[in-house]
Design a protein around this ligand. Structure first.
Ligand code: COS
Length: 382
């Protein structure tokens, strides 16, 4: 039987995340957006409450939540500020390769001390020469006795300037394409690990993004995850897991846009009555509500599918792609409901459009999601 009702534990979890989002995040969202400030004091509080490292099992010091429960939290956080949420959940992305590819020894050695204190980690896959074609990455990993030497550059790396740990994908031989890629855990204090300066972004401005250069960085062999050449599979399986919470993040943006638009429509008067009484506005709100509901349900279904043991490549790509496209449409319509005020930074909705845009690009652009969806779909007609 399919049941859409949340358990009492899930309701409490969602309420706790909502309270944190509304009291700790929302009051600072506009200021951090304007200044491009990375509010580490908020991220530290999120860690204290168990809102970080959500996917790491409790035996390694994490919160150990199902993907479904993670999505409940992510939607609430993102309703307050998608940029802060990106920084809070970046640890899940960065640590997932360790959960998928690490041995028990590696998990305890790396995750136990990492999760015991407030730390940030970054997932280093994308490179300046091509993000979508992950199999063509050029960062080299040369084996030299009991360690590897890493050389190359990663870009658009969330939390990189503040991270103490990087999961890095590098190749032993670029001519092998995806078969040459391995995954490594690289501590920040390794000599030759050089995070770049923070990027100035259109949205998600409370989150920090930069390049990371590796110049002869020596990584011990025991920090390689899985076998040599297994890195691409680890990266793809990681993204299957983490694209669904991006669906939840986009749903949070869309719900916030709908909430702001509906609320404003009841207070704004034109032609002698609140604009909520004009059918032109009601039709917009109805379309926005449909998009929000569909985004949430697709995200929940993808999370449920993965929690029940399926790889979920198709469902997570659908959830991520649909929800982020929906968030763009809903944020756009929210601005239209606000009219000229919606275009002004003094009001909250233009930020939502800028934040929604990134959800269509990161963790695999929506064009890549459509390729994944089409491939998965066509296999079923073989
Ligand atoms: N899980 C496990 N294995 C997977 C997989 C998945 N989800 N998807 C692909 N693979 C495997 C394939 O089975 C294939 O294995 P074999 O060589 O054993 O047959 C291998 O990986 C190569 O797959 P494929 O031929 O599909 O690779 P492509 O080079 O065509 O690339 C896409 C596939 C486009 C899907 C991949 O490059 C991609 O996801 N790009 C986007 C990267 C991204 O999301 N970046 C954002 C970074 S985080 S902000």
């Amino acid at each position: 039987m399919v049941d859409f009702a949340l358990t009492s534990e899930q309701t409490s979890l969602r309420d706790m995340a909502r309270k944190f989002a509304r009291t700790e995040m929302a009051p600072h969202a506009a200021e951090c957006d304007r200044a491009g400030r990375f509010p580490e004091e908020i991220y530290r509080k999120a860690w204290e409450l168990g809102l970080m490292n959500l996917n790491v099992p409790t035996e390694f010091g994490g919160t150990g939540l199902s993907l479904f429960d993670q999505c409940l939290i992510v939607e609430e956080l993102s309703h307050a500020c998608a940029g802060m949420t990106t920084s809070i959940i970046a640890n899940c992305l960065a640590l997932e390769p360790i959960l998928l590819g690490g041995t028990e020894e590696q998990k305890h050695r790396i995750l136990d001390p990492f999760c015991a204190e407030y730390h940030l980690a970054s997932f280093c896959l994308t490179e300046p020469s091509g993000g979508s074609d992950a199999g063509s990455l050029k960062t080299r990993a040369r084996r030299d006795g009991d360690h590897y030497v890493l050389d190359g550059e990663k870009c658009f790396i969330t939390n990189a300037p503040f991270a103490s740990l990087y999961t890095v994908f590098a190749t032993g031989d670029p001519s092998l394409r995806h078969k040459g890629i391995s995954a490594f855990v690289v501590p920040r204090d390794t000599e030759g690990v050089l995070p770049g300066k923070e990027e100035e972004k259109m949205g998600h401005r409370a989150s920090a993004t930069s390049t990371v250069r590796f110049e002869g960085a020596k990584v011990p062999v025991e920090n390689r995850l899985g076998a040599e050449g297994e890195g691409f599979s680890i990266a793809m399986r990681t993204l299957d897991q983490t694209r669904t919470p991006i669906g939840a993040l986009a749903t949070g943006i869309a719900q916030a846009a709908l909430d702001h638009a509906a609320d404003y429509s009841k207070r704004r008067q034109t032609f002698g009555k609140p604009i909520s009484e004009h059918q032109a506005i009601q039709i917009k709100l109805a379309d926005m509500a449909q998009a929000v509901h569909a985004a949430r349900l697709l995200t929940w279904q993808a999370a449920w599918t993965i929690d029940h043991g399926d790889r979920g490549s198709l469902e997570s790509a659908i959830a991520k792609c649909f929800s982020s496209d929906a968030a763009m449409r809903v944020a756009d319509e929210a601005i239209q409901v606000f009219g000229g005020y919606g275009y002004m930074k003094e009001y909250p909705v233009e930020k939502l459009l800028r934040d929604a845009k990134l959800a269509q690009i990161y963790e695999g652009s929506n064009e890549i999601q459509r390729i994944v969806i089409a491939r998965e779909l066509l296999q079923r007609y073989a």
